[in-house]
Structure formats: structure tokens, C-alpha cells
Design a protein around this ligand. Structure first.
Ligand SMILES: [Zn+2]
Ligand SMILES: [Zn+2]
Length: 213
């Protein structure tokens, strides 16, 4: 079994997730912590629960989801894992930060571009299926833990909304196709933990999401 802890970080109100198992191993997904205070909050949670950080995963490479990559990589000696098609977005961190007027003190470390659909990630013996869901970003993935019916969806699907597609590499038609033809094949009772906002479920979004009717 796994437990999920979420944080809301940065002015982008990004959800950072820590998934931990019974052996106290944890995966940090999309660390969006920005600045000492937020880094400290993440570190305190890890330390207070005596967790061992074994995985650093990014659903995609928008800056609000990778702000904390440098801190996490350095603090716990892990290398971020990213889908290869997000390489242009990840590498563009400094320029997009400038575009948003955000000062950057440390650049995110060089990741390992090894996330691929069909190649699961493992937190101990807990399997996280990698599902490729392009549209919001060219190399966007979701992580699915079937045993707990949990989806970490990044910015693909939100409660009653979907990811924006006006940023570089975004494509609305591709996003809708990813959701309707792949994500929505998962059972209705799977919980969706999004990159922003409250958790929802596959069933609720199939029924009520105005962008997907
Ligand atoms: Zn995004
Ligand atoms: Zn985001």
C-alpha cells in the first residue's frame, strides 16, 4: 500500500506529491517548491516521517513542476526522471522563468530522459505505470498506481477543467485525444491527483467536465 502527501507550492499553486510505502521509501513527484521556506517544508515532512527518497519523477517539465528539482536532487542524491519528448521544455527552464519574471538562482539538474510508456517505475515493490499523455506538453506522462486506484495526472486533467495548450509544445486536439482515448479507459473509481487544484475521479470528470462532453 502507499500513502500520498500533497503540498501546494509557489505562486503557481502547484501540487507536489510525496508517495511513500510501508518500507518508508518515497517518490517525490513534481517538486514545485520555490525558495527556502517551501524547500524546508518538504524536507521537514521527509525527515519527520523518516522517509528515504528513492525516486524523483516529473509528469512534465513546466517550470512550476520542476522548481524544486535542484533542491531534491542535491538533498537526497536522486536524478530527476523525465520523458524524452519534454527535453526542449526542460532545457528551456531559464528562458521561461525570465518570461514569467521569476528570478532563478539554481538551474534544475540534467535529468535522465528515461520515462517511457510501457516501462514502469518502482517504489520498492509498488508499481507506478507510466502513461504517455501528450497535449499539454509534448512529453507529458501520468503515473498510475493500480492497487490504490491512484492517478498522478500532472496538468492533463483537473477537476472540471483540462490543461492549457497555449504554451510551447501544447496542442489542444492531442490533449483531448490523450484524455478521451487513454486516460478515460481507466475505471471510474480511480482518484485523479492533479497538478493544480483538488483531487477528482475519472467517473466525475467523464460526467461533469465541460471540456470533455
Ligand atoms: Zn504544466
Ligand atoms: Zn502546472
Amino acid at each position: 500500500m502507499i500513502k500520498i502527501k500533497s503540498f501546494v507550492f509557489s505562486p503557481f499553486m502547484e501540487n507536489t506529491y510525496v508517495i511513500h510505502n510501508e518500507k518508508k521509501e518515497c517518490a517525490i513527484i513534481d517538486p514545485g517548491c520555490y525558495g527556502n521556506e517551501e524547500n524546508g517544508a518538504l524536507k521537514a515532512f521527509i525527515e519527520n516521517n523518516q522517509l528515504k527518497v528513492v525516486l524523483l519523477l516529473n509528469t512534465h517539465s513546466h517550470l512550476d513542476h520542476i522548481f524544486g528539482n535542484a533542491f531534491v536532487a542535491k538533498t537526497w542524491s536522486v536524478i530527476p526522471k523525465v520523458h524524452p519528448l519534454d527535453e526542449p521544455i526542460y532545457s528551456n527552464f531559464e528562458m521561461s522563468a525570465q518570461r514569467f519574471g521569476i528570478p532563478t538562482h539554481t538551474l534544475p539538474p540534467e535529468p535522465s530522459y528515461t520515462l517511457e510508456e510501457g516501462r514502469s517505475e518502482f517504489l520498492g515493490d509498488q508499481e507506478l505505470e507510466v502513461m504517455f499523455l501528450p497535449g499539454h506538453c509534448p512529453g507529458h506522462v501520468a503515473f498510475i498506481h493500480h492497487e490504490s486506484k491512484t492517478i498522478l495526472s500532472g496538468d492533463v486533467l483537473f477537476e472540471r477543467s483540462i490543461g492549457r495548450t497555449d504554451l510551447p509544445g501544447g496542442d489542444h486536439y492531442t490533449l483531448i485525444k490523450s484524455i478521451k482515448e487513454k486516460l478515460f479507459l481507466l475505471p471510474n473509481d480511480y482518484t485523479v491527483y492533479s497538478g493544480h487544484g483538488r483531487p477528482t475521479s475519472i467517473g466525475a470528470e467523464k460526467k461533469h467536465n465541460p471540456y470533455l462532453q
